[in-house]
Design a protein around this ligand. Structure first.
Ligand code: T1G
Length: 698
């Protein structure tokens, strides 16, 4: 089946693209469009319509072709052909016109779109910039500010907004083809000069040198550490100050720089990793999905309330169970507060917020969960309490209901064994705030059925989460690796560093927050309570938690008490260094016989990141995670690991496994084998001279 068809509809030549699933601009599509446009120059058509079959207009360049030998026509070359057409070309947009898709539409002479259509330039999310004339054409239509916002956010905008800022000429209702044909006939009837965007001038009143300097400053904060956004600014400056063809050359040069950057490689890896993580390796293709129409949630606290919002946000009603009416009311008040915050930011209407809250029914009676298709337990992180809850659910819920725990550490197999239906039990580990964080760790018990796993993956996507499948182990994927990262942070603190130094190193690396600031945010009491009741052996080396415990015993729990590893301004919650903390650290070092010495930033970075990576290798060799890229998804979407470094496992390949392995062996000699056992898989790949990516693809 050809990916491009061409036929005359009256006086209009219609070019239809059909390259499922998203009409990405593959080589076949590019050459097909070029052939159709060339053919149409000499036929009876008076104008051309370019449109797509399937669910969307062109979703951009074909990312799967990146890194492969270029095949002509390149997209920029094709767009020169389109714009040079002696007959007007009207782009007819439905679904999304993204990246090269929007650039293709901009090389046409007119653009119309359905009201539901969206347009955008998401290249920056791939560490790129619009490399087919977008940086030169967009500002000619919208002015500088709107062009910069579109390209540096990468966010799609609705057709109406695109019309507003001049990106499209008309929003059309009804059948797209007939509307586009009508629009084409209007264009013919006007007999106007062909409107080529490249002939337009950028409105110079829309930008000054100060504006660009200020914009660069905001980018350094908003997109800290990322290179592509600054190159986008350079392209827009070229559009403002140089002729179109010169600007294209600047764009081409900077696009190639982006394409060759490690950041773009990492972000392209994340693009595919995010889509791969919902695929379950050993699941039969014909696995049946359960129908999830009603959801029950047990526990209306911070997590339960946030989880409930995910479902009502996509129209799935929730029954929220708490132990008392007062607790229920507290839960509902918390949800109302969250929605009010979203409404105040203009991201939701009051009506919709009310409508969603009305889909949450409160109860204190387990029998009201009898008809639920899925029940998610989000009670206190205690195994015995969870077992009691699941035993009740086992008695009450209909056969075939999915019984899920939001546990972040407990053994899902033990929870499943407290029911007569372990095949229906699974872990759905949401991350706080549950209505915001995109990661959902799906924890498959030994007896969890394929249907329940497949349905959980489908549910994750329907509530707009990014899922990652984990087998059962303490802490699953994310929190298990976090323990080793946090251990090294604590040891660096005790052995000579400071909270602000360690956090600065990790923030400079690209982490959203440093580990000590994260500790204050989550609460120092979380770790303390998790250690309560454990034997000394279970707690591990006291050096890895003695400072945290000392702070806890001083009542310094972190942000919630205004002081932890830092002190916090009661109004702004701004953190600042607190000399008391150094006294605590030095006292603990003395008590543990640790002689404090300066630790270099590089050593801090390697100890924290290699601890994470080494544990990731163990998780892979134990079969806890399906693939390295799933671990990358967990860390980028759940723990603030910089996506432009591709996640911890992609980063390992960037550093080189041999370097990591030898450094881990050195750390074992220096800091003790108790902490630094090189993972067998890491050792094996180094001996075989393989990268992790090669191993994953083998
Ligand atoms: N190239 C190749 N494959 C793509 C693709 C693309 N651009 N976009 C999506 N796919 C695949 C995806 O991997 C998945 O495959 C399937 O399509 C469905 O995707 C020169 C250089 C369009 C909003 O960044 O944002 O143009 O897993 O699961 O949720 O300036 O896909 O089924 O095998 O995401 O309905 C810029 C990326 C490229 C858009 C649809 N464009 N795509 O979302 O489906 S760079 C983008 C999306 C560029 C130019 C530059 C979304 C979507 P599989 P999906 P969806």
């Amino acid at each position: 089946m050809s990916v491009v068809s061409y036929q005359l509809e009256g006086d209009i030549g219609v070019i239809r693209l059909n390259n499922p699933p998203v009409n990405a601009l593959s080589h076949a599509l590019r050459s097909g469009i070029q052939d159709a446009v060339t053919q149409a120059q000499d036929d009876a058509s008076l104008a051309l319509v370019l449109m797509c079959e399937g669910r969307t207009f062109i979703a951009g360049a074909d990312i799967s072709e990146f890194g492969k030998p270029p095949m002509l026509p390149s997209l920029p070359e094709l767009l020169i052909v389109l714009e040079a057409s002696k007959k007007p070309i009207i782009a007819a947009i439905h679904g999304t016109a993204l990246g090269g898709g929007l650039e293709t539409a901009l090389a046409c002479h007119y653009r119309c779109a359905l009201p539901s259509a969206q347009v955008g330039l998401p290249e920056v999310k791939l560490g790129l910039l619009p490399g087919a004339g977008g940086t030169q054409r967009v500002p000619r239509l919208t002015g500088v500010k709107a062009a910069l916002d579109l390209m540096t956010t990468g966010a799609p905008i609705a057709a109406a907004q695109a019309l507003n800022i001049g990106l499209i000429d008309k929003v059309v209702e009804g059948d797209l083809l007939s509307a586009a044909l009508d629009f084409a006939n209007e264009v013919i009837a006007q007999g106007a000069e062909l409107k080529r965007v490249s002939d337009l001038e950028v409105d110079k009143t829309t930008a000054s040198a100060e504006f660009f300097a200020e914009y660069r400053k905001t980018l350094s904060k908003r997109l800290r550490g990322q290179e592509a956004p600054h190159r986008i600014v350079e392209c827009i400056e070229a559009a403002l100050n140089t002729p179109f063809d010169e600007g294209l050359k600047v764009e081409r040069r900077l696009f190639v720089e982006c394409m060759q950057s490690s950041q773009s490689g990492a972000l392209q890896h994340m693009f595919f990793a995010e889509r791969m993580s919902s695929k379950v390796k050993d699941l039969p293709k014909d696995t049946q999905l359960k129908d999830i129409k009603r959801v029950g949630i047990i526990g209306g606290g911070l997590m339960g309330g946030g989880i409930a919002m995910n479902f009502v946000n996509v129209g799935i009603p929730v029954t929220l169970l708490e132990i008392s009416q007062e607790a229920l009311q507290r839960g509902k008040d918390l949800i109302a507060k969250n929605y009010a915050m979203t409404v105040s930011k203009g991201k939701l209407t009051v009506e919709l917020a009310t409508q969603r809250q009305d889909m949450i029914t409160g109860t204190t009676d387990y029998n009201d969960l009898a008809d639920m298709d899925l029940v998610i337990e989000a009670v206190f992180e205690n195994l015995d309490i969870k077992k009691q809850v699941f035993a009740k659910l086992d008695n009450v819920c209909k056969q075939g209901a999915i019984l899920a725990s939001n546990t972040s550490y407990q053994d899902v197999n033990l929870i499943a064994q407290s029911t007569s239906r372990p095949q229906d039990v699974i872990g759905l580990h949401f991350f706080s705030p549950a209505n915001v964080m995109k990661l959902l760790e799906i924890v498959r018990g030994d007896e969890t059925s394929d249907e329940v796993v497949a349905t959980s993956m489908a549910i994750a996507k329907s509530i707009k989460k990014v899922p990652a499948l984990s087998r059962v182990c303490y802490g699953f994927i994310g929190n298990r690796m976090l323990r080793h990262y946090a251990r090294e942070a604590q040891l660096c603190l005790l052995e000579g560093s400071t909270p602000q130094n360690i956090d600065a190193v990790m923030q400079k690396f690209g982490m959203a927050m440093g580990p000590l600031a994260v500790g204050d945010l989550a609460g120092i009491d979380i770790g303390y309570k998790a250690r309560e009741g454990l034997t000394d052996e279970q707690k591990g080396d006291v050096r890895t938690y003695c400072i945290a415990d000392a702070l806890y015993e001083m009542g310094r729990l972190g942000q919630k008490t205004g002081a932890g590893y830092y002190q916090y301004d009661p109004e702004t919650r701004q953190r600042s260094v607190d000399p008391v903390v150094m006294e605590v650290i030095e006292a603990q070092a003395k008590k543990r016989g640790v002689e404090r010495k300066v630790i270099s930033d590089k050593t801090i970075l390697d100890r924290l990141t290699f601890a994470l990576i080494n544990e990731g290798f163990k998780i892979l060799e134990e079969g806890i995670a399906q693939r390295p890229s799933d671990i990358d998804v967990v860390y980028a979407f759940g723990y603030g690991f910089p996506a432009y470094r591709g996640g911890p496992m992609f980063y390992a390949d960037t550093i080189g496994l041999e370097k990591i392995y030898h450094t881990v062996c050195e750390f074992a000699d220096t800091y003790g084998e108790e902490f630094w056992q090189p993972a067998a898989l890491l050792k094996q790949l180094v001996e075989e001279g393989k990268t992790l990516t090669q191993w994953a693809n083998s």
